[in-house]
Ligand binder design. Structure first.
Ligand code: NAD
Length: 501
């Protein structure tokens, strides 16, 4: 495929078996700019189960060829895809800001993450290490190799529309699997862009397919398809549970990356100016719509009042606007549902939880911003750990400040939610930093930094209701997308019985 053929047509198509194919239903979903809904980005397929079936059948056939391509050769194509992503970085970042709303610098970071992941994992094509070990019997050799799994169904959210698909597609391919990806309804274009880079680099037809559409239709059909062997899902805990249950019924391998309710702890000895930058970045970066967003700020009571006033002052001055405007600090939320959910939580914070509202929390109804989904960044203080705004994932620009007595109390609060993705501590005391690192029940932990900033070569994922025990990123992701085969070679020339002889 040269340029994504779908791009020159008013309606995008599914990419199946190396061809752009109209969805069976003939129906489409509009993709509009959340900063200005008057702008239509494109119309993407509202596919159904027959589109899914076609893609999975094609992928199952392509898998038989792809798994036999030596891994270093597979990796050469991935390295080339990394180069193409670099060449198109600016164009792809702008597309992403238009469809997703995040500010341009962050969209560039999202594309960069896909580049980093592609290069990092392509390097694994010349490793994919297995291991040898000693057999318990003489004249017997024991070793383990990584094997590809088959057709992988990848289901992704809208908030990192290129990075998250890359975390899944690239490791799946280097391991020798075939892929069908269903992008999020709100941000399919960035996933199309990623797939176009990969196919232009030479991924053969059928090995990588896109079927766009709704979760309840396309996602469900993928998860239930008998020829899909593995489902890798990133999204909300609620939907992840449905996916997990469905996979269990058909014995599929299932990796789930789900919600978070992350926290920054600020001790009384912390550099408060540094902590403030971390809270603003963690709480309002990506308009609070990161799985690792810092929606709880747990502050030692000796400095809580001072810190709340510093935070409120800065939050009030954050500039809302379209992400393509370089002066914008905070873009829109993703869609009307997100506006309603965020405003509902702000009401819960005010009325049910009776927390103190310090600033923000209104939808912007004036000027051109009224055509987008803009909400003023909100800061609550005097929040109790059990309040709903401190327990439930809001996924919008809302930060709750919770006072704590000491480090033990702070850790108890951090751990007192059902999620376990990311946490951080600001302190100058190394002993306290290490104690927190040991006691906090999250998959990611930072010292004197915000809750965001993961790098692709370290494992990414969370504990408790954030995941089901897998890690993306790092070489650990290979454990999702390959299966171990244990091989014994007996060269004794006689029957040897393990555990008996
Ligand atoms: P979501 O759960 O609504 O949707 C995620 C994907 O699942 C979408 O592609 C959707 O179409 C699909 N889907 C919906 N119903 C389905 C069904 N019945 N069967 C199969 N697929 C279905 O999540 P979202 O709103 O797109 O994303 C926000 C959520 O994602 C937040 O909870 C956030 O914390 C989480 N997230 C987690 C991580 C992580 O790595 N842990 C990263 C980013 C986002």
């Amino acid at each position: 495929m040269a340029k994504p053929a779908a791009k020159v047509r008013p309606e995008y198509r599914n990419y199946i078996g190396g061809e752009w194919i109209v969805p069976q239903s003939g129906n489409y979903i509009e993709n509009r700019n959340p900063a200005d809904t008057r702008e239509l980005i494109g119309s993407f397929p509202a596919s159904n189960s027959s589109d899914v079936d076609r893609a999975v059948q094609v992928a199952a056939e392509a898998f038989q060829r792809w798994r036999k391509v030596p891994a270093p050769r597979r990796a050469e194509i991935l390295f080339k895809a990394g180069e193409i992503l670099i060449q198109r970085k600016e164009e792809f970042a702008r597309d992403m800001t238009r469809e997703m709303g995040k500010v341009l610098a962050e969209a560039r970071g999202d594309v960069q993450e896909a580049i980093d992941m592609t290069y990092f994992i392509a390097g694994e094509g010349r490793r994919l290490h297995g291991f040898t070990t000693k057999a318990e019997l003489p004249n017997k050799y024991a070793m383990c190799t990584r094997e590809p799994i088959g057709v992988c169904a990848l289901i992704t959210p809208w908030n990192f529309p290129m990075a998250i698909p890359s975390w899944k597609i690239v490791p799946a391919l280097v391991c020798g699997n075939a892929v069908v990806i269903k992008p999020a309804e709100d941000t399919p274009l960035s996933t199309y862009n990623l797939v176009s880079a990969l196919t232009d680099a030479g991924i053969p037809p059928g090995v990588l397919n896109i079927v766009a559409g709704r979760g309840e239709e396309v996602g469900k059909a993928l998860v239930e398809h008998p020829k899909v062997r593995l489902v890798s899902f990133t999204g909300s805990t609620e939907v992840g549970r449905i996916v997990g249950q469905s996979c269990a019924a058909t014995d599929k391998i299932c990796s789930l990356e789900m919600g978070g309710k992350n926290a920054i702890m600020i001790m009384e000895d912390a550099d408060l100016d540094l902590a403030l930058e971390g809270v603003l970045w963690g709480g309002f970066g990506t308009t609070g719509q990161r799985c690792t967003a810092a929606s709880r700020v747990i502050v030692h009571r000796k400095v809580a009042k001072k810190f709340t006033s510093m935070l409120t002052d800065r939050a009030k001055r954050l500039r809302l606007g379209p992400g393509l405007n370089e002066k914008t600090d905070v873009g829109p939320v993703i869609n009307q549902d997100a506006v309603e959910k965020t405003l509902e939580y702000i009401e819960i914070g005010r009325r049910e939880d009776k927390a103190k509202m310090n600033c923000g929390g209104h939808r912007v109804e004036k000027g051109d911003l009224k055509y987008g989904y803009f909400i003023e960044p909100a800061v609550f203080s005097e929040v109790e750990p059990q309040m709903r705004i401190a327990q439930e994932e809001i996924f919008g620009p809302v930060v709750s400040v919770i006072d704590c007595r000491d480090l033990d109390h702070a850790i108890e609060i951090v751990n007192g939610v059902k999620y376990g993705l990311s946490a951080s501590i600001y302190t100058r005391d190394t002993n306290r930093a290490f104690r927190a690192m040991e006691e906090v029940q999250t998959g990611i932990f930072y010292v004197n930094a915000s809750t965001i900033g993961a790098e692709v070569h370290l494992p990414f994922g969370g504990t408790k209701s954030t995941g089901n025990g897998h890690r993306e990123g790092g070489t650990q992701v290979l454990d999702i997308f390959s299966e171990w085969k244990a091989v014994y070679v007996d060269y004794s020339g006689k029957l040897q019985r393990a555990q008996i002889d």
